[in-house]
Write a protein that binds this ligand. Structure first.
Ligand code: IPE
Ligand code: IPE
Ligand code: MG
Length: 257
């Protein structure tokens, strides 16, 4: 692609410039989903507590948001906390919850300046009140923005989301508002928390793990997957461009030839 001056300024390494030149604008994904993994190992390598890694990971999130904005990618979904992450030690969980409040309060101005709209998926009601309120404030304050949609998966589990959708559908069938013949894959999609958001066409997982860990199981039927050993706090613009170069070489067959 022929990068704009603004893009060249943002992606400012030599590596980034050659990657940008090799990228085809038309084959960029429209929705990137990221499993941001490896914060704990990153911290451990430096002899620091796990929370240090989570804090460092925030800079990578900021870079991904700005990168998607610069590349005109309309949707970015980030897996921030899974339904299963509650099983971690109490101090790590409460540290993460506090970190959300700090980061959200600080970043609302930047999100608005970048025209980013924040959406939440997951069971928000089960969060500590301060975290829930900080997210509600962020969603409300960015609701009118028209640029990148940043979907934050928080206390999210795909199976739990599918269970809620099935419950909603069965109760509508029970009430007579739907017949079982109305149940299609589109209908199921429309009852998931990701309703209205196109399925991700590209999913990145950092840290060398090659599993989905209960993330967007229904939505990723034909998503291209990308796994890298890089730990989340080290995942930067250059790493994203490498991932995008890999995406554009994929042959998406959808079961055809
Ligand atoms: C991902 O990093 C962040 C969350 C799950 C909240 P981890 O905390 O899972 O880091 P590792 O996988 O233990 O290194
Ligand atoms: C997935 O990472 C969840 C998030 C990135 C928020 P985990 O570190 O929790 O996944 P597992 O336990 O290695 O599968
Ligand atoms: Mg992990």
């Amino acid at each position: 692609m022929n990068p704009s001056t603004k893009q060249l300024k943002w992606f400012n390494s030599e590596h980034a410039h050659s990657a940008l030149a090799a990228l085809d604008e038309k084959s960029l994904p429209q929705h990137i989903a990221i499993i941001m993994d490896g914060n704990g190992r990153w911290a451990k390598r430096q002899g620091k507590p796990r929370l240090f890694g989570h804090k460092a990971g925030v800079a990578s999130v900021r870079e991904m948001i700005a990168s998607c904005v610069e590349l005109d990618i309309p949707y970015l979904t980030i897996y921030s906390f899974s339904s299963e992450n509650w099983s971690r030690p109490e101090d790590e969980v409460s540290g993460i919850m506090k970190l959300f409040v700090e980061v959200l309060t600080r970043e609302i101005v930047n999100l608005n300046a970048q025209n980013v709209r924040v959406k939440l998926i997951g069971d928000i009601d089960a969060l500590p009140e301060k975290t829930r309120l900080a997210f509600a404030e962020c969603v409300q304050s960015t609701a009118a923005n028209t640029g990148l949609t940043l979907v934050v998966a928080l206390n999210y589990g795909a199976r739990q989301d599918i269970v809620s959708a099935v419950k909603a559908i069965t109760s509508e069938v029970h009430e007579g508002d739907l017949s079982s013949d109305d149940v299609t894959s589109e209908l199921i999609s429309s009852r998931l928390s990701t309703s209205g958001i196109p399925d991700p066409d590209f999913m990145i997982r950092t840290s060398g793990e090659t599993r989905l860990s209960n993330f967007l199981l229904y939505e990723t039927a034909y998503t291209e997957l990308y796994f890298t050993d890089t730990l989340w706090p080290d995942f930067n613009r250059d790493a994203l461009l490498d991932a995008l170069l890999s995406f554009q070489d994929r042959n998406r067959r959808y079961g055809g030839l």
